[in-house]
Design a protein around this ligand. Structure first.
Ligand code: ADP
Ligand code: TRP
Length: 317
């Protein structure tokens, strides 16, 4: 079976953009690939985050992912920092990555602009750690949203450099995109739905009924906005009704109120069972911890084996 890996930073609750852009793919691909999914807590250290926040948000993210359908029986599910090897390989990759390539990264520029008082070296070398996350497991398929494509291209550059300097060892990494690799913000549909665009831009999977109603009601309904809402409805709603709405939209007869009501109901119907699972996991933090501990053990086995080979190849053993 082919190997697949992806991670997500514990920097806030998952929203429907993250879900449709990538996590839905993770859940669906669990039967087809040898899957590794992790909480990228080392990457989260590149932003200002207290230790309490990091701990809590890592736990919450684990709960979110399990409730959305990540199945630890099918996939290796773990926390990045629990596995020795990510940071070591990142250092080796740092020494192969041109600074000019790192400075070109859109995420580096965006994050630096967001926190001008904290443009730390970790923000710059972030993609070297991401390349290490992937290549430590020799994974070649990486499901992500569109904004991560650039980092995967850099991962390929680093792998090629390593293979050329030492020997053919790392595979070519391929992005796995969902049909919705870029869900747009509800309040500004020319921008990507994102935590950094603020809560009005997204529906979080933990939002209660009242919040969902309010956010969809306020969603911008210019041409791009309607397109985005219709697209969202095609994933959460009823296929037949979606076709009818598309027809009405083409004929200029689609009522925004109707689209918004139907979309709200469909999202709430999707969220209700997920939120029930979230509540159940929250009542049992020891169970969540055990899942992550077991996952880390499995991941560590692979990482230890591959790191031993990498050390030999590089000449540090
Ligand atoms: P955010 O921008 O909300 O902080 P992250 O950067 O934590 O989201 O992204 C987590 C994952 O979700 C990544 O794989 C990313 O590509 C994907 N993703 C984020 N926002 C969107 C979006 N609006 N549409 C599709 N995928 C997205
Ligand atoms: N950089 C990714 C994001 O911002 C998170 C991430 C870290 C990741 N390591 C990864 C994604 C490895 C895929 C593979 O969302």
């Amino acid at each position: 079976m082919k190997s697949l890996l992806s991670g997500i930073k514990p920097t806030g609750h998952i929203h429907i953009g993250n879900y449709l852009g990538t996590v839905k793919n993770w859940v669906e691909l669990q039967d087809k690939y040898n899957c590794h999914f992790f909480l990228a807590d080392l990457h989260a250290l590149t932003i200002d985050i207290s230790s309490e926040e990091l701990k809590q948000q890592s736990f919450d993210l684990a709960v979110d992912l399990l409730s959305l359908g990540i199945d630890p029986k099918k996939s290796i599910f773990f926390k990045q920092s629990d596995v020795v090897g990510h940071a070591e390989l990142a250092w080796i990759f740092n020494c192969l990555t041109p600074v000019s390539e790192l400075e070109r990264m859109t995420q580096f520029k965006d994050e630096s602009a967001k926190q001008p008082e904290n443009v730390n070296a970790g923000l710059l070398t972030y993609p070297a750690l991401q390349a290490a996350d992937i290549l430590l497991y020799l994974a070649d398929n990486v499901p992500v949203g569109q904004d991560q494509i650039q980092h995967l291209e850099l991962t390929r550059v680093v792998a090629r450099k390593f293979n050329k300097r030492y020997q053919e060892f790392f595979p070519e990494v391929k992005p796995v995109l969902s049909p919705t690799p870029k869900v747009m913000a509800l309040n500004n549909p020319i921008k990507k739905m994102s935590k950094s665009m603020g809560p009005a831009s997204y529906v979080a999977i933990r939002d209660d009924r009242k919040t969902v109603v309010k956010k969809i009601k306020k969603a911008v309904t210019n041409e791009q906005g309607i397109k985005n809402l219709l697209e969202l409805y095609s994933y959460f709603g009823d296929e037949k009704k979606h076709k009818e709405m598309l027809k009405d939209h083409k004929a200029g007869k689609l009522m925004n109120v109707k689209l918004k009501e139907e979309l709200t109901t469909s999202i709430i119907n999707f969220l209700e069972p997920v939120q029930k699972k979230i509540k159940d996991y929250e009542k049992n933090p020891a169970k969540v911890q055990k899942i992550l501990d077991d996952g880390a053990k499995k991941a560590q086995k692979i990482a230890t084996k591959n790191m031993a080979e990498i050390r030999k190849i590089v000449g540090i053993r």
